[in-house]
Write a protein that binds this ligand. Structure first.
Ligand code: MG
Length: 245
């Protein structure tokens, strides 16, 4: 232990000596590689390097999650689409890992049901990890199942829900889990969720695939689609774009 402390102190001394010897501010500037230019979005326009997953015109980037058939959710003709109850979940044809996802959703203006039965849908990252979509405006449910929760795992820091019938935004920053060649988890997935401009999840560790009953348990997987849930409620979506990181 003593030897370790001595070694640590000598190393610390060495670094502070080296640091003291640098007198030219240019010595700590990096000019390569150069940083790629992205034109930022404006209004509903996404950043220039984003992949648009849904702009309201069609479901060409999506398919039915259960049988890969064409999506039959309702296109509203105003840039949005609405869950068609019993049509089932939909998933992107393209698979993703680490990403920045922007998505806008609206729960029904006609409020019916309570707790989990009010404006329920969800966004499954990598087809497995659900960020809950729910109408939690003056609607109590279990805290780790409310809007912007990592469903049944992590409650959001705040409830930033807008009123039913109003458009809301999620900006999601997602780091996929890492597995080694033997399929053993070496780093869990992590997620930051900004709900209507307010941080609801900050670098939250995801404990495994979303389970309705029981505890989550990781199984190795690669890139996978983004899935939107049909929970039987008339939740609408618009302006969905993604940036792979
Ligand atoms: Mg849900």
């Amino acid at each position: 232990m003593r030897l370790f402390v001595v070694a640590f102190l000598s190393l610390a001394n060495l670094f502070s000596t080296l640091s003291a010897q640098i007198t030219d501010p240019k010595a700590t500037e990096f000019w390569e590689p150069q940083v790629r230019v992205v034109t930022p979005g404006e209004g509903t326009k996404p950043p220039s390097d984003a992949l648009v997953l849904f702009d309201g015109s069609n479901f060409s980037a999506w398919q039915s999650a259960k049988d890969s058939s064409n999506v039959t959710w309702t296109l509203n003709g105003d840039g949005s689409a609405t869950v068609r109850p019993s049509a089932g979940d939909i998933v992107t044809k393209k698979a993703f890992g680490d990403c920045q996802l922007h998505i806008e959703f609206r729960t029904p203006s006609v409020v019916k049901g309570e707790s989990q039965g009010r404006g329920n849908s969800g966004i499954f990252l990598q087809n497995r990890y659900e960020i809950q979509v729910l109408d939690c405006y003056e609607n109590r449910t279990y805290s780790n199942g409310q809007t912007a929760s990592v469903y049944k795992q992590s409650l959001p820091l705040v409830n930033a829900c807008r009123k039913p019938g109003e458009w809301q935004t999620y900006d999601i920053l997602y780091t996929a889990p890492r597995f080694n060649n033997d399929g053993i988890l070496i780093a869990p997935a992590r997620v930051t969720v900004i709900h209507n401009g307010v941080v609801a999840q900050l670098n939250t560790e995801i404990k495994g695939p979303t389970e309705y009953i029981g505890l989550p348990n990781y199984k190795a997987h690669g890139k996978s689609g983004i899935k939107l849930q049909d929970h039987g409620d008339l939740v609408s979506y618009r302006n969905i774009w993604i940036r792979e990181l």
